[in-house]
Design a protein around this ligand. Structure first.
Ligand SMILES: Nc1ncnc2c1ncn2[C@@H]1O[C@H](COP(=O)(O)OP(=O)(O)OC[C@H]2O[C@@H]([n+]3cccc(C(=O)O)c3)[C@H](O)[C@@H]2O)[C@@H](O)[C@H]1O
Ligand SMILES: Nc1ncnc2c1ncn2[C@@H]1O[C@H](COP(=O)(O)OP(=O)(O)OP(=O)(O)O)[C@@H](O)[C@H]1O
Ligand SMILES: NC(=O)CC[C@H](N)C(=O)O
Length: 734
C-alpha cells in the first residue's frame, strides 16, 4: 500500500516592510493548506518582511519585527497541527542570515540559513547577509525574543543545515539560489534518503525565464528521485521586479501541481498528494546506492509528527495527484501579464488615482498605453470572477461612478488619462489622429492640446534676454542650437504631463481628488544609444516597457492587435518611428533610425551582446564581423560598432535619471539597480579599444583581398582548366 503525503506550497503577493499584510497573507495560506488537508506548508523566501527589503536588511528593526510576526503566526489557532516552513531574516552572533524557520505547534524545530546567496544581476544578498558557515554544520541559536522563548519553553534552538526526521519520512529545505548552483544541497540530501525537499524563493520574472527555472526544478527530482516543493513570491513588492510565482510540486521529475505565473490573487495555494513509495522504488538503483553510501552525512532533528496522510487509512479512494504537463506563456503573453499585474500592484499600493500617458502617436507610448489597457483586461476578468480583493481595490480607486466599472474600457476610462501635446509645425496630423484613435479604442480620458505657447515663451526668454535667435539645423543653425530648440519641446511636455497628472482627477471632479502617476515609454534601444532628452516627457514615475527592446515590443503590439481586437494598432506598427521635434517640410521629416545612424533591430542585437554576452567594443566587432558577414562589409560593421559605443559612452550619464522601469529582460541597461557602469566614460574615438578594432579590421581587409585574389586566380585557373578540358573534349570529339 502506498504512503500518501499531502503537501502545500504557495505564491504570496508580499510587500517589503508590510509586516501586518505579509503576516495575514501567510496565515491565510496556512489556513488554505490545512483546509486542503496538508501536513506541510511551504512559503516564499523572506516572506515575513517581504523579499525585496534591500538596505532595510541593514536595520535591526527588520529582524525584530520579523520575530514579532513569527510569534503571532506560531500562536495563531489556525496555524497548529501542520509543519511550517516560513522565511525570515535572522541575526545570530552579530551576523545576519537569510533563513527558513521550520516549526510545528508553536515550537521551532530548526532555523535553516541559506548557504549560497544570490548576488548577481538584481540580487545583492551578500550586501545584507552572510552565507551559512558550512554545509551540514549545525549549532545553537539563542532566542532573543522573550515571547518566542516563552512559546518555545526554552531559549535555545538548533540553527544550521540539517534534516527533519519524522517517523514516516524526512524532509529538508534549500533556498532559491541553491537550486541554481552546480553543487545544490538537494543532491546530497537525496542521497541521504531525504524524500521531500522544499525550495523557498524570491525569484523574479524575465521574459522566457520560466523554462530555465522549471528545468532546474524538474531535474532536481528527476535524477535522484524525490519530491520537490517550490514556493515563490508573486507581484511587485516595492521595486522594479515582478516576482512570478509559479509554485510547483513535483515528484521524480514529473509535475503534480503548478500555480499561476502572473495573477492578481494575493494568496495562491497549490496542493498535491504524493506517494512516497514511488520515490522509494525509483531510488532503488545500484548506481545510486553506491553514491549514497559515500554521501556526507547530516545531523537530523526528530519530531514525532507524521507527514503521511491518515486519510489514506480512512479513505481507500484517496489517490496521488495525476501528472501534469508544464504550462508556459508565449513571450507576448508574458509581456501582457507581467506588465498588467505589476502596474496593478503599483497603482493599488501607491494610493494614486490612476495613470497618465503622454501619448505621441508613436509606437513606444502606444505600447505603454496598451500595457495599461492589458491591466484593465486582467482586472475586469477578476471582477467577473468575483475576486474580493480586486473588487475592493477597484471600488477604492474608481470613484467616478457608484456603479462598479466592469468592462476593460469602463475601467480604463476611470483610471487612465492620455494627453497629446502637439506643436503646429512639428506634429503631423497622422500622429495626432493615431493618438486619438488609440485613446477611443481603449477608452482613456484623452486631452489633445498644443504647446506652441509654452515653447514660444521659452524660446523668447533667450531672444528677449540675449538677442540671440536660435534656429533649427534645417534653417542653417548648428546642430547644438537646433537640439536646444528640440529639447524645449520635450522638456515642456514633461512639465505639462505632470501638471495634467496632478490636475486630471480634479478637472473631472473625482470625489476626494488625487493625482495620477505619469507613465514613461523609453525603450531599451533609445536608452542605450542615448536617443532621448534628459528630463523629457519619458522621465516619468514608472515605465512598464523600459527594459523591452523595439523588436519584442513590435511582436507584443502585433499580438495585442489580434488578441485584444484593436485594429488601429497596425497603424502604429506601420508608422516610421519619429520624434517630431523638428518642423516638418515637404521634403523632410525627422526619422529616429536616420538620426541614430543605426536601426532598432541592430540596436537590439548590440544591446544583447553588450549586456548578456558581456562584450566590449572589440569583442562585439569580432563577433558581429562573423555574424553579419553576408550582409555587411567588415568596415561597415566596424563603423557601426564604433558609432554604437561612442554614443553609448557619451550618453551614459542620461541613464542616471532614467525612469524606473519594470525589469523584464537580462539585456536591460538600467543603471540604477541592474547594469552598473560609470556615467562619465571616455568618448571612445581615439581610444585604445577602437585602435584595436582598426588593427583587426586591417587584418580582415588584407585577408579579404588575398581571398579575392585567390578566388580570381582559382576562377581563371578553372577557366584555363575548362578551356583545356574543352580542348581535350574537342580533340576527343574530333
Ligand atoms: N558627461 C556628462 N555628464 C553629465 N551630464 C552631461 C554630460 N554631458 C552632457 N550632459 C548634460 O546632458 C544634457 C544634454 O542632454 P539632452 O538634454 O538629453 O540633449 P541631447 O542628447 O543633446 O539631445 C537629445 C537627443 O534626443 C533625441 N530625441 C529623440 C527622440 C525623442 C526625444 C524626446 O525628447 O522626445 C529626443 C533628440 O533628437 C536629440 O538627438 C545637458 O543637460 C548636459 O549638461
Ligand atoms: N506630441 C506628443 N504628445 C504627447 N507625448 C509625446 C509627444 N511627443 C513625444 N511624446 C512623449 O515622449 C516620448 C518619447 O518620444 P519618442 O518619439 O521617443 O517615442 P514615441 O513617439 O512613443 O515612439 P517612436 O519612438 O516609435 O516614435 C513618447 O513616448 C511620448 O510619451
Ligand atoms: N532569491 C534568489 O536566490 C534568486 C536567485 C536566482 N538566481 C533567481 O533568479 O531566481
Amino acid at each position: 500500500m502506498g504512503r500518501l503525503v499531502t503537501v502545500s506550497t504557495c505564491s504570496l503577493n508580499q510587500w517589503a516592510l508590510d509586516f501586518i499584510g505579509n503576516r495575514e497573507r501567510i496565515i491565510e495560506s496556512i489556513r488554505q493548506a490545512k483546509a486542503a488537508k496538508s501536513s506541510l506548508r511551504v512559503g516564499p523566501e523572506l516572506e515575513i518582511c517581504g523579499y525585496g527589503c534591500l538596505d532595510h536588511y541593514l536595520e535591526t528593526d527588520t529582524y525584530d519585527h520579523s520575530w514579532e510576526q513569527l510569534v503571532i503566526i506560531l500562536q495563531h489557532p489556525d496555524c497548529q497541527d501542520v509543519l511550517l516552513d516560513i522565511g525570515m531574516p535572522v541575526e545570530h552572533l552579530n551576523l545576519r542570515y537569510n533563513c527558513r524557520i521550520i516549526a510545528l505547534n508553536g515550537k521551532i524545530l530548526l532555523i535553516r540559513p541559506k548557504l549560497s546567496l544570490a548576488n548577481d544581476g538584481n540580487y545583492r544578498e551578500m550586501r545584507h547577509f552572510s552565507p551559512w558557515k558550512a554545509a551540514r554544520h549545525v549549532e545553537e541559536y539563542t532566542l532573543q525574543n522573550k515571547e518566542m522563548q516563552k512559546l518555545q519553553g526554552a531559549f535555545k534552538v538548533p540553527i544550521g543545515d540539517a534534516i527533519i526526521k519524522t517517523p514516516d519520512t524526512s524532509f529538508a529545505a534549500e533556498t532559491c539560489e541553491e537550486l541554481f548552483t552546480p553543487d545544490s544541497p538537494h543532491i546530497d540530501l537525496g542521497l541521504n534518503g531525504v524524500e521531500i525537499v522544499t525550495n523557498s524563493s524570491g525569484s523574479h520574472h524575465t521574459l522566457r525565464k520560466l523554462d530555465v527555472r522549471l528545468s532546474l526544478i524538474l531535474e532536481a527530482s528527476r535524477k535522484g528521485g524525490g519530491i520537490y516543493i517550490y514556493a515563490n513570491q508573486q507581484g511587485c513588492d516595492g521595486d522594479r521586479l515582478y516576482y512570478d510565482g509559479s509554485a510547483l510540486i513535483c515528484i521524480n521529475g514529473e509535475i503534480v501541481g503548478q500555480g499561476s505565473q502572473f495573477s492578481l490573487t494575493d494568496v495562491e495555494v497549490v496542493t498535491a498528494t504524493v506517494d512516497l513509495e514511488v520515490v522509494r522504488s525509483f531510488r532503488c538503483a545500484p548506481s545510486r546506492g553506491l553514491q549514497a553510501n559515500k554521501a556526507p552525512s547530516y545531523q537530523t532533528i526528530e519530531t514525532p509528527y507524521e507527514l503521511c496522510s491518515t486519510e489514506s487509512d480512512l479513505n481507500p479512494y484517496l489517490a496521488p495527484s495525476p501528472y501534469l504537463k508544464p504550462r508556459y506563456h508565449t513571450p507576448e503573453e508574458e509581456i501582457h501579464l507581467s506588465t498588467g499585474c505589476y502596474l496593478w500592484d503599483y497603482l493599488r499600493r501607491s494610493g494614486a488615482a490612476g495613470y497618465l500617458i503622454p501619448l505621441s502617436g508613436g509606437l513606444d507610448s502606444c505600447a505603454t498605453a496598451t500595457t495599461v489597457f492589458g491591466m484593465c483586461r486582467i482586472v475586469s476578468k477578476e471582477l467577473y470572477a468575483g475576486n474580493e480583493q480586486v473588487i475592493a481595490d477597484v471600488k477604492r480607486i474608481c470613484k467616478y461612478s457608484d456603479k462598479l466599472p466592469i468592462t476593460p474600457k469602463q475601467i480604463c476610462n476611470q483610471i487612465f488619462h492620455s494627453v497629446y501635446m502637439g506643436m503646429s509645425k512639428q506634429s503631423s496630423k497622422e500622429t495626432r489622429a493615431r493618438a486619438s484613435a488609440l485613446s477611443s479604442a481603449i477608452g482613456t480620458y484623452h486631452n489633445d492640446i498644443d504647446i506652441d505657447n509654452v515653447y514660444e515663451a521659452q524660446r523668447n526668454l533667450v531672444v528677449k534676454g540675449t538677442g540671440f535667435e536660435p534656429k533649427f539645423r534645417k534653417q542653417g543653425a548648428p546642430y547644438a542650437v537646433s537640439l536646444a530648440l528640440e529639447n524645449i519641446q520635450s522638456r515642456s511636455r514633461m512639465v505639462t504631463a505632470y501638471l495634467f497628472a496632478q490636475l486630471g482627477p480634479s478637472i473631472r471632479n473625482r470625489p476626494g481628488g488625487g493625482g495620477l502617476l505619469v507613465l514613461g515609454s523609453a525603450n531599451v534601444g533609445e536608452a542605450l544609444r542615448g536617443y532621448y532628452t534628459k528630463y523629457d516627457c519619458s522621465s516619468a514615475d514608472i515605465n512598464p516597457i523600459g527594459s523591452i527592446d523595439k523588436d519584442d515590443l513590435k511582436k507584443f503590439i502585433f499580438w495585442c492587435k489580434n488578441e485584444f481586437n484593436i485594429p488601429v494598432l497596425q497603424e502604429f506598427l506601420d508608422a516610421t518611428p519619429t520624434a517630431e521635434l523638428e518642423p516638418i517640410e515637404e521634403d523632410y521629416a525627422q526619422s529616429d533610425e536616420v538620426d541614430m545612424g543605426m536601426s532598432y533591430s541592430q540596436l537590439s542585437i548590440m544591446g544583447r551582446l553588450r549586456k548578456v554576452s558581456k562584450l566590449g567594443p572589440y569583442g562585439m566587432f569580432e563577433h558581429l564581423v562573423r555574424e553579419w558577414k553576408d550582409t555587411m562589409t567588415a568596415r561597415e560593421v566596424a563603423d557601426l560598432v564604433k558609432r554604437f559605443y561612442h554614443y553609448y559612452a557619451i550618453n551614459r550619464h542620461k541613464m542616471t535619471i532614467l525612469t524606473p522601469s519594470l525589469h523584464s529582460n537580462d539585456y536591460s541597461p538600467d543603471d540604477n539597480r541592474f547594469d552598473l557602469r560609470p556615467f562619465l566614460l571616455p568618448p571612445f574615438y581615439q581610444s585604445w579599444q577602437f585602435k584595436r578594432i582598426d588593427e583587426l579590421l586591417a587584418r580582415i581587409e588584407k585577408y579579404d583581398k588575398e581571398e579575392e585574389k585567390r578566388g580570381k586566380e582559382e576562377d581563371s585557373g578553372r577557366g584555363e582548366k575548362k578551356r583545356e578540358d574543352v580542348n581535350d573534349d574537342s580533340e576527343e570529339v574530333d
